[in-house]
Design a protein around this ligand. Structure first.
Ligand SMILES: Nc1ncnc2c1ncn2[C@@H]1O[C@H](COP(=O)(O)OP(=O)(O)OP(=O)(O)O)[C@@H](O)[C@H]1O
Ligand SMILES: [Mg+2]
Length: 167
C-alpha cells in the first residue's frame, strides 16, 4: 500500500518584494486540488479579501488540476509524478496573484471547446475571471499565473448601461 503525504498549509512568509505571499509544495495527485482550494480560500480570508475568494479558488483549482494532469502526462507511474508549487501573492492592496509552477515546459492554451467536448474549458474559465494571466518560463518547467482584483472591472468587460427610465 502506498501513502501520499499531503502538506498542510504553511504560515505566510514574506518575500523579497515585501508583499505578502503564501507558497506551498503539493504532490501531483488529485487530492491536492482540494488542498489548493482550501489554502487559497484561507489565505484570502486571512487577508480580508472575501470578495475574491470565489474567483481565486476557481483559478487555483483549474491551474492545479492542469499542473497535475498535463504536466505529468508522460509519467504514468503516480509515484514518480513529483510535486507542483502553489503560490498566492498580494502585489497590492486589492490585487491577488495565483500561480502554479510545474516541471513541464509545455504551455497552456485557451481552447474553444465545442458544446459536446468533455474538456478544454479550464483556461477559458481562468481567462474569463482573471484581469490578466500569463506564463513564466523556467529552465526546469514554467509558472502559470493569473490575477484578480477587488473593485476593478475586467479590462475587456463592457459595462451594461441601462436607460434612465429603467426601474
Ligand atoms: N500546466 C500545463 N502544462 C502543460 N500543458 C497544459 C497545462 N495546462 C494546460 N495545458 C494545455 O492547455 C490545454 C487547455 O487546458 P484547459 O485547462 O483549458 O483544458 P483541459 O485541462 O484539457 O480540460 P478541462 O480543464 O476543461 O478539464 C490542455 O489540453 C493542455 O494541452
Ligand atoms: Mg484544465
Amino acid at each position: 500500500m502506498t501513502t501520499t503525504m499531503i502538506s498542510k498549509p504553511s504560515p505566510l512568509t514574506p518575500t523579497e518584494t515585501h508583499h505578502p505571499a503564501y507558497s506551498q509544495s503539493l504532490p501531483c495527485t488529485e487530492e491536492s486540488v482540494g488542498i489548493t482550494r482550501l489554502s487559497v480560500a484561507a489565505t484570502l480570508r486571512a487577508w480580508g479579501l472575501e470578495d475574491l475568494v470565489d474567483d481565486a479558488r476557481l483559478i487555483a483549482s483549474e491551474l492545479a488540476t492542469n499542473a497535475i494532469r498535463h504536466a505529468t502526462r508522460h509519467t504514468p507511474d503516480p509515484e514518480q509524478r513529483g510535486s507542483f508549487r502553489l503560490k498566492v501573492e498580494r502585489p497590492s492592496e486589492n490585487l491577488v496573484r495565483i500561480s502554479t509552477f510545474d516541471r513541464s515546459r509545455a504551455v497552456p492554451r485557451v481552447v474553444q471547446a465545442t458544446e459536446t467536448a468533455e474538456s478544454g474549458r479550464g483556461m477559458a474559465a481562468v481567462e474569463a475571471v482573471a484581469c490578466r494571466w500569463g506564463i513564466d518560463p523556467k529552465p526546469w518547467g514554467k509558472g502559470i499565473w493569473a490575477e484578480c482584483a477587488k473593485d476593478s472591472p475586467k479590462p475587456d468587460t463592457e459595462a451594461v448601461i441601462l436607460p434612465a427610465w429603467c426601474p
